[in-house]
Ligand binder design. Structure first.
Ligand SMILES: CC(C)(COP(=O)(O)OP(=O)(O)OC[C@H]1O[C@@H](n2cnc3c(N)ncnc32)[C@H](O)[C@@H]1OP(=O)(O)O)[C@@H](O)C(=O)NCCC(=O)NCCS
Length: 148
């Protein structure tokens, strides 16, 4: 499909909650309004300054949540995080996630970030292929988990 050219990327606002819930529901088939409400409420200042949405014809059709931090997990530099990215299935494969990621990466770079981390489920091929296309590779850290 052709890339979309008429889109606008802007900083995420709390009023974008309903649009994000709608996109998330279309992607995952589940309404998680409470989860998203809490997540946006708990976002720290840095994260809300760098997280982005993309609008097409005035409607939010995609988003990327990022954060920036330093000295976590013994990593001695300012590091960036991509928490979640989602694009409305109707608008997927048209370059919007690429545009969102490029803008976030540009903003993180301007803040002095040298490395960006993200966590993706091993079974999530769409996301894995997307991050691969963005130049992400497997990092040195492994995630550990304990079911309790
Ligand atoms: C992964 C995702 C963000 C990609 O969004 P998108 O707007 O379709 O991605 P783009 O069109 O910008 O693709 C950029 C590149 O990523 C790769 N890519 C993206 N989706 C892909 C897929 N499904 N399969 C293979 N490669 C893919 C391609 O290399 C593509 O470049 P190309 O079109 O030049 O080949 C989107 O599929 C999505 O939202 N998936 C659900 C993610 C999720 O579960 N989020 C949490 C809940 S909202």
């Amino acid at each position: 499909m052709n890339s979309l050219e008429n889109f606008k990327i802007r900083t995420l606002r709390r009023e974008d909650l309903d649009a994000i819930v709608r996109i998330d529901e279309k992607v995952l088939g589940e309404n998680r309004k409470d989860y998203w409400k809490k997540k946006l409420e708990l976002m720290n200042d840095r994260s809300s300054q760098i997280s982005l949405v993309v609008e097409v014809e005035g409607s939010v059709v995609g988003f990327i949540l990022g954060d920036v931090s330093g000295w976590e997990f013994g990593v001695p530099e300012t590091i960036g995080w991509i928490d979640t990215i989602g694009v409305d299935p109707v608008y997927q494969k048209r370059g919007l996630a690429r545009a969102l990621a490029h803008e976030l990466i540009k903003n993180l770079k301007a803040l002095g970030v040298k490395t960006i981390y993200t966590l993706v489920s091993w079974n999530d091929w769409d996301l894995l292929q997307f991050f691969h296309a963005m130049g992400f590779t497997r990092g040195d850290m492994i995630n550990l988990e304990l079911k309790i």
